[in-house]
Write a protein that binds this ligand. Structure first.
Ligand code: UD1
Ligand code: MG
Length: 466
């Protein structure tokens, strides 16, 4: 689908979000791992608008910089232009000032940067409704059991919209109206120009309400309709930390539902947190308390958890990640087992068929086929071949306080427990390292290296214990 040259989108994101009580602008707070403003842009970009303009204001430079960085990482998004609102006095003022950036388009959709849960299909249906009904202005609405905080929709006798009354200004009859404003509107450019002309400052903060443009349009004889959606969750606006948590739950549920439909077992979806960007194969079982983030890809028939964090990893088929592991930016090959309580840090490549066990940490290391690091070890900056066994408590001493050095362990080496390998050091194929050794020099293949003080047995001249 090519871009619609008649259609522009304006996203309002200039408010600080005072009710969040945060130094981070509200629209940058992440929901399901993505800043809420990016979610709005992503959803609306499916409509292929000819232009997307974002109105910034509070901490504008920060919002613009963070947003640009995110958009660069996301392919297929249209160019986004910014407009800085000068007088920060409400959503109405934002549109009055930014109107000039979109005035040459016939149709203008306005969204709030703090309502990030609209599905692209819902926005698409709204635009179709607007076109089909030949509206001059339209607003997306839903019925809420608890409408407090949202603008109430006042309908006329023909079902048309006569006004939107803000929560703070609503009388008791209006407070009881369940149909509320989502903050998403479509206008014909001419209707919008007229409707925002003479907005008055209102409410406790003396702001210009965009919502009053609906009443203005109605009074000018324009056709103003509401498009009501069934799933109220989509229009969740985020003004407080409580609503932020609610939105996170909604996104999480959507993601987990989609994964379960595709054949992934999630034992407790309310307590499993998976970014939408994650891909998981069939018959993989995710136990409660697991967080999976970023560009992680997990294969088929894996078992993950309970508990733990996996961030930006590629995990092949039949892998088991046991209780409470943290795994970052690493590759875990098929049939490997990690955990319980293991830490795999960025740049590691483990398996196939390898084992990283209880309380072991691996950093930026290659652990070869069927090699084992089963207990209490630190393996860092290491190149390990296949069939290696690392005894409990082995440490690669890779750092001298200034520089990092590599350890090379060739195929089928056996490292005894409590060994220190002082890098840079190389252990030859099938070598044996005696337990308790501190290895400072290279060990050739097929030898036994012992580097520890010899045990002595001394007798006491006098009995010292009774
Ligand atoms: C707004 C609507 C309300 C609707 C709700 C849906 C108004 C007056 N009210 O209320 O009817 O039910 O959204 O979530 O619009 N903004 C600017 N410039 C400003 C002030 C705000 O760009 O000077 C932006 C904010 O960043 C935000 C959006 O406008 O993205 C809405 O502002 P907010 O203060 O959150 O309005 P609500 O009280 O949520
Ligand atoms: Mg809001």
């Amino acid at each position: 689908m090519s871009r619609d040259g008649n259609f522009a989108v304006l996203i309002l994101a200039a408010g600080l979000g005072t009710r969040m009580k945060s130094s981070l602008p509200k629209v940058l707070h992440p929901v399901g791992g993505l800043p809420m403003l990016c979610r709005v842009i992503k959803s609306v970009s499916f409509l292929k608008p000819g232009k997307i303009a974002v109105v910034t204001g509070q901490k504008a430079a920060l919002v613009e910089e963070r947003l640009k960085a995110h958009l660069e990482e996301t392919p297929d998004l249209p160019a986004v232009e910014f407009y800085r609102q000068k007088l920060l006095k409400g959503s109405g003022r934002a549109v009055q000032e930014a109107f000039k950036t979109v005035k040459n388009f016939n149709k203008i959709m306005i969204l709030c940067g703090d309502a990030p849960l609209f599905r692209p299909a819902t926005l698409g249906r709204f635009v179709s409704f607007f076109r089909r009904e030949k509206c001059d202005a339209a607003v997306l609405t839903a019925d809420l059991d608890n409408p407090s905080g949202y603008g109430r929709i006042k309908r006329g006798i023909y079902g048309n919209v006569e006004a939107i009354v803000e929560s703070s200004d609503a009388d008791s009859a209006e407070q009881n109206i369940k149909e509320v404003n989502s903050g998403v509107y479509v206008f014909r450019a001419g209707a919008l120009r007229d409707a925002i002309k003479d907005l008055k400052r209102k409410g406790p903060k003396r702001e210009y309400y965009l919502t009053d443009s609906m009443e203005n349009a109605f009074k000018r004889g324009r056709k103003v309709l509401a498009f009501k959606i069934e799933d109220w969750r989509e229009m969740t606006g985020i003004n407080s930390r409580k609503e932020l948590a609610l939105a996170g739950k909604i996104v999480n549920k959507r993601t987990n539902d989609a994964l379960m439909s595709a054949g992934v077992t999630i034992l407790d979806p309310d307590n499993t947190y998976i970014d939408e960007t994650v891909k998981i194969g069939r018959d993989t079982v995710i136990y409660p308390g697991v967080h999976i983030r970023g560009g992680t890809i997990i294969g088929k028939n894996c078992k993950i958890g309970p508990a733990g964090l996996i961030d930006d990893c590629k995990i092949s088929d039949n892998v088991e990640i046991k209780f409470a592991c943290c795994i970052y930016s690493s590759r875990i090959r098929e049939n490997s087992a990690i955990g319980p309580f293991s830490s795999v840090r960025p740049g590691s490549d483990i398996g196939p068929g390898a084992k990283i066990g209880n309380f072991s940490e691996v950093k930026k290391s290659r652990i070869g086929k069927k090699s084992k690091v089963p207990h209490l070890s630190y393996i860092g900056d290491t190149e390990m071949g296949s069939g290696v066994n690392i005894g409990a408590g082995t440490i690669t001493c890779n750092y001298d306080g200034v520089n990092k050095y590599k350890t090379i362990i060739k195929n089928r080496v056996f490292v005894g427990s409590n060994t220190n390998l002082i890098a840079p050091v190389k252990i030859g194929e099938k070598a044996y390292i005696a337990a308790g050794s501190t290895i400072t020099r290279n060990v050739p293949p097929h030898v036994l290296a012992i580097a520890r003080a010899k045990q002595e047995i001394k007798t006491f001249k006098k009995k010292i214990f009774k």
